[in-house]
Ligand binder design. Structure first.
Ligand code: ATP
Length: 306
């Protein structure tokens, strides 16, 4: 169980993380989502015990990270976004070295890690020669060395090509079957694919915390009807605004026509009325399309509001 309670982090005057609280139960796979600079890395580093909070506390299984960092670190595997590695070392030597540093027996540990992280083919290569995807695999093996109950992965798929991305995601899924995982990303589809819960951070604050499904149902229930008509902006706007179930209209001129985005209240079906209003008012109707808010839109709504 991870407990983050009213945690803030200041860098000088700048508040990178601002009064964030959440708890994560054992076995959850949680996505920490937010735009660049939102405070994801700072939050993860505070949980992992690599950075002190300015206020608030983080507890791992009831143990305060600041009071007993050795104990809490022993429960955590942390993979930073760009894991520092010795590029002149071969993979096998590097992992053996990490095992020794962490007080583990390499002969006992490495075969299993090589197997789950898919490192067999690259064990005798120089780290500097590895593709970014394989470097991430080595980073994961490093993070898993102490067989942690909690795995914290900072943007593990950033900079990977599409094939590497899906390989690393599969690997994380497999590893997540037996562990608590926190993964930061700004890719929504990644969260949908890997996580059962998402915490969205924007401007250092927590702006959402729910299951991906709830998030979509709650915020994504909104939809828009996009209409392309003739007429003038003022008339079209006032006609569409008067339709029952319309919660707002934005109009713009597009190639000599008027494009209207009508925000729909709840699940109202306004399309027949839109068509009727156009016919009654003699406004030429060229196109009409219902657009449901995707999770991508939800993310934009939540993070742009800050
Ligand atoms: P990204 O997706 O770009 O990695 P992030 O959400 O992980 O972003 P953080 O790295 O946590 O964001 O940074 C949050 C804010 O804190 C940023 O504005 C960053 O510049 C600032 N920041 C982070 N570390 C420091 C530091 N050591 N000193 C000063 N400012 C910092």
């Amino acid at each position: 169980m991870i407990e983050v309670s009213n945690v803030s982090r200041l860098f000088g005057e700048f508040r990178a993380v601002d009064d964030i609280s959440f708890s994560i139960k054992t076995g959850e796979i949680v996505g920490l989502l937010g735009p660049n600079g939102a405070g994801k890395t700072t939050t993860m580093r505070m949980i992992a015990g690599f950075l002190d909070s300015s206020s608030g506390f983080v507890k791992i299984d009831g143990i305060d990270v600041k009071e007993n960092p050795v104990k809490t670190k022993s429960k955590i595997g942390y993979m930073p976004e760009s894991a520092p590695m010795y590029s002149d070392m071969i993979v096998a030597d590097y992992l053996e070295y990490i095992a020794n540093v962490e007080g583990q027996d390499p002969t006992e540990k490495l075969p299993h890690l090589v197997e789950i992280c898919g490192l067999k083919e690259v064990m005798h290569k120089n780290i500097g020669e590895l593709s970014r995807g394989n470097k991430q695999r080595v980073g994961l093996a490093h993070a898993l060395m102490n067989d942690p109950e909690i795995l914290i992965l900072d943007e593990p798929t950033s900079g990977l090509d599409p094939n590497q991305v899906s390989e690393v995601r599969e690997l994380i899924k497999k590893i997540g079957e037996t562990r608590t995982v926190i993964i930061s990303t700004h890719i929504l589809s990644e969260v949908e694919m890997l996580c059962n819960r998402v915490i969205i951070i924007s401007g250092g604050k927590k702006v959402a915390d729910s299951s991906t499904e709830e998030l979509r149902t709650h915020y994504g229930n909104t939809s828009e009807v996009i209409v392309l008509t003739g007429g003038t902006e003022d008339i079209v706007k006032s006609k569409f605004a008067s339709i029952q179930g319309s919660a707002g209209v934005k109009v713009s001129a597009v190639d000599g026509k008027i494009q209207s985005a009508i925000t729909v209240e709840g699940n109202a079906e306004i399309r027949p009325e839109v068509a009727k209003v156009c016919v009654d008012a003699g406004i030429p109707l060229y196109e009409m399309q219902l657009k449901k808010n995707s999770l991508e839109d939800v993310f934009k709504i939540l993070t742009e509001a800050k």
